[in-house]
Structures are given as C-alpha cells and as structure tokens.
Design a protein around this ligand. Structure first.
Ligand SMILES: [Zn+2]
Length: 360
C-alpha cells in the first residue's frame, strides 16, 4: 500500500512489545496497541519518519500509565489528578472553572507582549489585520506569532496542572517545539532523544501531539474503509462518539471492538466501504448507532454467517457476526449478492438516571 500509514503499521511489533511487557490481559493489550496507532496517525503530520519509533514507545508507555492511573483514580474518585493521556470526555465541561484558572495561571507565565496579543485576539476578538496595523506589523506575522504563543500557552497550561517542575532546562523548549509542531526545531532539539530519557516530558507529550483539529460540532463520524489502517481510524472514531454519549470505559471498548470487527470484514471481503458512527436518541434513552456499508460480493449464506462456528465468513478474532450481534442491542443486516452488505447495529446506554429523568 502506498499510503502514508504504512510506517505506522510497521510500528505494531514494537508497540505490542511495550504494551505486552506491562499489561497481562490480551484484549486490553490489543486495545492499547490500537489506541497507540490511532494516536500516532493523528499526530502523523507532525512527526518525522526518523522519530516515529521513539514517539510510538512514548505514546504506548503513556497510554499504559494513564490506563493504570485511570483505574486507580476511578477507585479513589480523585478526579482532579492531571491525566494528559486521557481523551477529552463529557467531564471536561464540569472541570471548566478549574480549567479557566489553569489558563489564567499559564497566561501569567507568558511574556507580557505575547499575553497581551493573545488576550486581544482570543478574548477581545481583535482580528490579525487590526492587530498588525496597531503594531506596525503584517497580518501574517501576527498570525504566526499567535500560533507560537498558543503553542507556549498549551505547554504552560500542562505545566500549571502539575505539582512537580520540569527536571531539566531542555524540557520547556522541547515541549514547546512539540506543541508548535515545528519539525525542524524538534530535530534541532533532538526531541525524540529527550523523550526517551525524560519521563516528565514523555508524560506530557501525548497531550501536545493529540490536539484535534475542529470541534465536536458534528458528532457523526464517517470513515472510509479500504485497508487495515482504516480499521484503526474507525475504531478510534467510534470510541470518541461512544465516550461523548456517556458510555462507560468498558462499553466504549465494546463499541470499538464491534467497529473493528465490522471494518475488518470490509477490508477482508469487500472492495471498499464505510463505517458511520453516530449518537442516537429516543425518548428516555440514548445510544450509539453503527452503520457498516460495503460494495462487494455480498454474503450468500446470510443465515449461516449469523450462526456460531460458521468459518468461511471470516478468520481472525472469531467474534464474527454472531458475536457482534450478541454484544449489541439491535442488529440488522441486509446483503445483496454481487452488490454489497449493510449492517446497522445499535447499543443503548443503560441505567442512566439523567436520561430517565428527562423523560418524566
Ligand atoms: Zn524533559
């Protein structure tokens, strides 16, 4: 395959080794490996080929660490622990006030000139053209300065969250280079080498790499599926949607697993296809719907394919369509020989007082 994701897929053995050395449960290992790959893909544009391996190691190590931390935290309900490895979830809104205080603290740490520029632009809404006119500069130069200041601010916010200080003088410049996505600067500072040595920076790096473009205005996610790399991407999208709806970590993983299964089927048996994941809502309940559509040979023996132990439809994990159906609440499959197959399946969120309350 000629795509840019091949180097990422080549990382699978080393990522598996890093995760496997720390986690026993093979399903969890699989999950964390996939998650690592998804994060690497998200950050791909900002990582040079030569630094892929160290990034992968750091990302995997941190995902394992934040998984352990999260388990720990769930147990203690101490939700104020800094957890740069975790995805933005529904709790982010609740932490808004705390977040604002961190940002205020981080802003104070920036040079006065950069702080004023950021505040004028982001808070007071001044455009780059008018800021440029005021400062005898150009709009382009102001935009570049804003972007550098934002990169610094992100680092300072992360640092403000921590009680410990960066252990070396190199840490801050390295983190800022990662945050700004400036690859030349990253190379000059040997960021990859630093990340391997410095646990402090390794813990913060993923949060700086995982900036997602765009907001969550459209919660529906659509992923074209033609090859293995798309399976990982689809899985990650499903995870985001499920977490957004409010599914537990376990059920989010379950949704991701079902998506993997359906996407792998498309890669294996169809020419091309797509996975659509979206939140669904009915009076009194919310859930996630997955639609897997493909253009391909279709399934001749649909009843057989839905029976446990049916072996020709797929090898591999062995979850198969019957297993998928069991994991979900609703399952519907339409297949036309020579044309393709569409699976529509839904998982409902259970025992959610908020949802029930709204219905009253
Ligand atoms: Zn460091």
């Amino acid at each position: 395959m000629g795509g840019g994701d091949q180097p990422i897929l080549d990382l699978v053995p080393i990522v598996r080794r890093v995760v496997g050395a720390r986690i026993r449960d093979p399903h969890l290992v699989d999950d964390l490996v996939q998650e690592t790959l998804a994060r690497m893909m998200a950050a791909r544009a900002r990582i040079g080929d030569e630094t892929l391996v160290p990034y992968a190691i750091v990302t995997a190590k941190n995902l394992v660490a934040s998984h352990v931390q999260r388990q720990d935290r769930d147990r203690r309900k101490a939700h104020l622990v800094a957890d740069p490895g975790s995805e933005p979830g529904p709790e982010d809104g609740v932490l808004g006030t705390e977040r604002r205080q961190l940002v205020a603290e981080a802003l104070r740490r920036l040079p006065a000139e950069e702080r004023e520029l950021l505040v004028a632009h982001e808070v007071q809404g001044a455009g780059t053209a008018s800021l440029a006119a005021e400062r005898g500069s150009t709009a382009g130069a102001i935009a570049a300065q804003l972007s550098r200041s934002r990169a610094k601010l992100r680092v300072e916010v992360l640092l403000a969250e921590r009680t410990d200080r960066p252990p070396t003088d190199r840490c801050r410049p390295v983190l800022i280079a990662l945050s700004s996505g400036d690859r030349r600067r990253q190379q000059r500072l040997d960021c990859a080498g630093h990340l391997l040595e410095c646990d402090f920076c390794a813990a913060l790096a993923p949060a700086l790499l995982d900036r997602r473009s765009g907001g969550s205005a459209n919660p529906e996610q659509r992923v074209r599926v033609t090859r293995d790399a798309d399976v990982v991407a689809a899985r990650q999208k499903g995870r985001e949607v499920a977490a957004g709806v409010g599914f537990s970590r376990t059920d989010t993983t379950l949704v991701a697993t079902v998506i993997s299964e359906l996407a792998r089927n498309i890669v294996q048996f169809a020419e091309r296809g797509e996975i659509l994941v979206c939140p669904v809502e009915e009076p009194g309940r919310r859930g996630v719907m997955i639609v897997a559509r493909d253009v391909g040979p279709g399934i001749r023996d649909l009843a057989g394919a839905l029976t446990d132990g049916y072996s020709t439809y797929r090898g591999g994990l062995g979850l198969g369509l019957p297993g998928t159906r069991r994991l979900m609440d609703e399952f519907d499959i339409v297949s036309e020989v020579g044309k393709g197959t569409t699976v529509t399946t839904t998982k409902w969120l259970r025992d959610r007082p908020a949802a029930r309350g709204r219905d009253l």
